[in-house]
Design a protein around this ligand. Structure first.
Ligand code: HEC
Length: 172
């Protein structure tokens, strides 16, 4: 009996460890380019069966850096878009797999600048502990930028695209 309990506890711990992974990430098809601005709202309107102006108004009404993330509004289309944005606009500094490339790290260190964190691994614990306030903080950093290393994306990406990127980070 004691042995059985020990085994169940061990299995439980293993399950808890594997369950720590974030939401599933979409893959960026090779060569795909992000849909930005009007192109994004036209696409989003089509996927939601609404007019582009309504897609814009819908995005404007979503929470921003105050959070919480509009998780129930995100879908396969936003997940795929996030994968494409990450691959084409973020990975050169943050790494395709969420770990900053060594040559970039060397440049930042030489310039005395902060090196961005590696996603996955220990960062998963950050999401588990920090929850929506961590996600809101990441929204602010992506939207407003972190000078001097990180440009602001707020004028370039829709709010929904930024929230989808944060979900993507959580999936590493
Ligand atoms: C030119 C290089 C570069 C590009 C491109 C870039 N970033 Fe960054 N990013 C950085 C650096 C450097 C930091 C760390 C800034 C600091 O802490 O001083 C950073 C910080 C961040 C942070 C905050 C991380 C933390 O630990 O709080 C997030 C989130 C982030 N970037 C997301 C993105 C996303 C999403 C994109 C693409 C849309 C992107 N970045 C594109 C260089 C870049």
């Amino acid at each position: 009996m004691y042995r059985l309990c020990r085994m169940t506890a061990l299995l439980g711990a293993l399950l808890a460890l594997t369950a720590c992974g974030g939401p599933p990430q979409a893959q960026a098809p090779p060569g795909a380019e992000p849909k930005l601005g009007d192109a994004w709202f036209a696409f989003r309107a089509e996927t939601l069966g609404i007019e582009p102006a309504a897609a814009r108004a819908r995005d404007a009404a979503l929470p921003g850096k105050e959070g919480p993330p509009p998780t129930d509004q995100l879908d396969d289309h936003t997940a795929r878009e996030a994968a494409v944005i990450w691959a084409t606009r973020c990975a050169q500094c943050h790494g395709a797999a969420g770990e900053p490339p060594l040559e970039m790290v060397a440049q930042w260190e030489a310039a005395g600048q902060n090196v961005p964190r590696t996603w996955g691994g220990a960062a998963r614990m950050g999401f588990a502990m920090g929850g929506d306030s961590m996600r809101a903080g990441l929204f602010r950093k992506i939207s407003e930028g972190v000078p001097p290393g990180m440009a602001p994306w707020g004028g370039v990406l829709a709010k929904e695209q930024i929230w989808a990127l944060i979900r993507h980070l959580e999936g590493f």
